[in-house]
Design a protein around this ligand. Structure first.
Ligand code: ADP
Length: 430
């Protein structure tokens, strides 16, 4: 092996069923780490490594290189942490995949639908990683599963503040994750479901409906089933949202990661035919600080506009007249029941579109561009349930001239004129 010039390299010989875990320092201008498989076979979260190819991981990456048969790998550069662990739940995860695959086979035979799986647990137990693993394994045996992303804080599919669905057609890329082409995305507007639980549940139902419709016309999607990634909020309304999701998607299997109480509660509250399974979390899953989560969210928005790794996008900046757009926030602040107009319930206020008058405080907010047809009041009805077709960020507001400047992935004009405001802000430092 020829080492990368100037880079410190370390070789690891891994026995079968062990994994090398490493973390890349977070922050700016950190040294990237390269990984190379020298002998044997290994995978990163369900995706196989090619031999003698260098995979690069940037700031903040937390990676596990697992081997079923044994292998040796090289790491180039100095990771913040690197160690080998013999204690992994991978065999249990593989068995879970095997059980799901069995269900798919049966579905195929009996002309039924494949398993719909919900992955739940508190934050930082490896939910997203387990989803990725199960999806990659499924696609490797020729299935076409669907990823449903309900984690509005750390979405693996779109920008934060959204829920989405994505058909998986090939295993996740080792460095970049799943290729995101034509996802179905809905605007939620904030990073925690608690800010508007009614809306959150409504969007879950929308996704379930669209997915079910697709299953009716696409046999492969139906047999492939879906893997639903959820938020780490598992108490109170967060728990109710999980129960709602299970019923909206009519899930067959719930995988509970590392939370016995949640496991017992779901066993108690879900219909008896739902298989609720408790799985351990991997000791390798790293807890992420608030700052780390915020950085990841910011990075996700930056990627949306500027691209990622090899792919550079050049976003556009242009002016939009206030009079050309309609901006709404979903959900009016809740008011005491006794003050509600006759015949109106608290639910209605949470799903209500509240017009936003553009002002300076709009600056830096992320806005979703709704795919809803432009039109007056009458058309407002479908906006909450319409997918979004893209996002823009307000970079400047001029109340004098009634114009705002926006950052947009596409050139002027906006494809639609109904915009939904997020709580989430993005400061463009480029
Ligand atoms: P959750 O979805 O529950 O919040 P994630 O799946 O996003 O958790 O995992 C948190 C972090 O831990 C991620 O950065 C992921 O890459 C990392 N991670 C997961 N499993 C392992 C492992 N076995 N070894 C090292 N890092 C891991």
């Amino acid at each position: 092996e020829v080492p990368v010039p100037g880079k410190f390299s370390t070789r690891y010989d891994l026995e079968k069923e062990t994994e090398l875990r490493f973390e890349v320092e977070s922050g700016e201008a950190v040294e990237q780490i390269e990984l190379e498989l020298l002998t044997g076979m290994a995978e990163v979260f369900g995706s196989e490594l090619n031999r003698n190819k260098k995979y690069t991981f940037g700031a903040g990456a937390k990676i596990a290189v697992f081997t079923w048969q044994g292998c040796s790998v090289n790491l180039y550069g100095k990771p913040e942490v690197a160690y080998v662990s013999k204690d992994t739940p991978m065999l249990l995860y593989l068995n879970t995949h095997a059980a799901l695959e069995q269900m798919r086979r049966q579905a195929e035979r009996d002309n039924e639908r494949g398993p719909r799986v919900m992955v739940v647990g508190p934050t930082d137990v490896g939910k997203s990683t387990v989803c990725r693993l199960l999806l990659s394994y499924a696609v490797r045996v020729g299935r076409r599963p669907t990823l449903v992303e309900l984690d509005v804080g750390q979405s693996g599919v779109s920008v934060p503040g959204t829920v989405s669905a994505l058909c998986i057609e090939r295993p996740a890329d080792v460095e970049e994750g799943f290729s995101v082409q034509a996802p179905l995305v809905y605007h939620f507007g904030s990073t925690t479901p608690g800010t508007n639980i009614k809306l959150y549940n409504k969007l879950t139902s929308c996704l379930a409906e669209v997915y079910s419709q697709r299953c009716e016309v696409n046999r492969k999607a139906s047999v492939g089933g879906c893997i639903i990634n959820t938020c780490g909020w598992v108490k109170g309304s967060g728990y109710q949202a999980l129960v709602h999701c299970a019923s909206a998607f009519e899930v067959d299997v719930v995988l509970v990661l590392d939370h016995e109480r949640l496991y017992n509660e779901l066993k108690r509250d879900l219909p008896h035919f739902v298989r609720v399974v408790l799985l351990p979390k991997s000791g390798g899953v790293v807890e992420r600080s608030k700052e780390c989560r915020r950085d990841t969210r910011d990075e996700k928005i930056r990627e949306y506009f500027y691209g990622f790794r090899g792919v550079t996008f050049y976003p556009f900046s242009y002016e939009v007249r206030f009079s050309d757009v309609r901006i709404y926030k979903i959900g009016a602040p809740s008011i005491p029941d006794s003050c509600l107009p006759l015949g109106m319930s608290q639910d209605d206020t949470q799903l209500k579109l509240v017009p936003v008058t553009p002002g300076r405080d709009l600056t830096y907010h992320v806005l979703s561009v709704s795919s809803a047809e432009d039109g007056e009041e009458g058309a407002r009805k479908g906006i909450v349930e319409s997918p979004v077709c893209g996002f823009i960020v307000v970079t400047n507001v001029d109340t004098q001239t009634q114009v705002m400047k926006v950052l947009s992935p596409a050139p002027r004009p906006l494809p639609r004129h109904t915009l939904l405001i997020m709580d989430i802000r993005f400061m463009d430092s480029k």
